[in-house]
Write a protein that binds this ligand. Structure first.
Ligand SMILES: [Zn+2]
Length: 71
């Protein structure tokens, strides 16, 4: 079952919701596990990109290379 990433606009915390594709296509409105509100905003690519970048830097020992201004 795929996991969808959400950001709660009530308590400003991210969370993940598992749902089938069928449920998701019907319009998923998950309850925030932190505060119980149904004010979730779907956040997929941006959050995944940030996580992937951090993982890549961790694996390479930090930094992109000589001359990189990222650290
Ligand atoms: Zn919340």
């Amino acid at each position: 079952m795929p996991t969808y990433e959400y950001f709660c606009s009530a308590c400003k915390k991210p969370f993940e919701a598992k749902a089938s594709i069928a449920d998701y296509s019907k319009g998923l409105n998950p309850v925030c596990p932190h505060c119980g509100a149904r004010k979730a905003i779907r956040t997929f690519t941006s959050l995944n990109v940030l996580t992937a970048k951090r993982d890549a830097r961790t694996r390479s020992g930090g930094g992109c290379g000589p001359g990189c201004a990222c650290r």
